[in-house]
Design a protein. Structure first.
Length: 193
């Protein structure tokens, strides 16, 4: 948004008054909040460990090299998913899994996604290749496409547009980290207060 667009927007808001909350007291940090946060962190760690064990190396539904991949968790808005499908989100990080074994690819994928969450990265590209020459064909593509929907971090994924790698790559939209969610809550509370 340009400076003049922002100025115009602010001019339009001139005269508006923020709505005051009148039903619930504003949240303040407390020992209860700290305990709840610690519990959520513990649960998230347990979920991560369970997920790593659940990403099977044994069985996968095989895809073909040119198959398109598309996945969206319940609750993801259609407009957000469309923007992902069309490659409209900027790629904030990229993982290239070419020449990885399936086991090594799984470990690299999990480490990459956890690192993205820590750095509040939301939109990434994962390059798995088409697997036209692998035996069986599209083996790594099949595993990566099967694993992503199992991961709590992944909100949606879709095969990339041709200029970004086509069916050999995936756009992946990640959930917000707990820190990013907390930052948003604090920012909204400061606007209300």
């Amino acid at each position: 948004m340009s400076h003049s667009d922002w100025s115009s927007f602010l001019d339009e808001l001139d005269g508006f008054t923020a709505i005051r909350q009148d039903t619930l007291p504003a949240a303040h940090g407390s020992k209860g909040d700290a305990a709840a946060l610690a519990e959520r962190r513990r649960a998230a760690q347990t979920d991560t460990e369970a997920t790593e064990q659940a990403l099977s190396l044994d069985h996968v539904k095989l895809l073909r090299p040119d198959d398109m991949v598309s996945y969206k968790k319940a609750g993801v808005q259609e407009g957000v998913f469309k923007k992902l499908r069309l490659g409209k989100y900027p790629c904030e990080a990229r993982l290239d899994l070419h020449h990885h074994t399936v086991e090594r690819a799984r470990d690299a994928l999990l480490n990459f996604l956890h690192g993205c969450l820590r750095r509040n990265i939301r939109s990434v590209i994962i390059v798995h290749g088409k697997g036209e020459r692998s035996q069986p064909p599209a083996l790594l593509k099949s595993y990566v496409s099967g694993w992503l929907p199992q991961l709590a971090e992944v909100l949606a994924c879709h095969s990339a547009l041709r200029q970004h790698g086509g069916s050999g790559c995936l756009y992946v939209l990640l959930r917000k980290s707990e820190q990013a969610k907390q930052d948003t809550r604090e920012r909204l509370q400061s606007r209300q207060g």
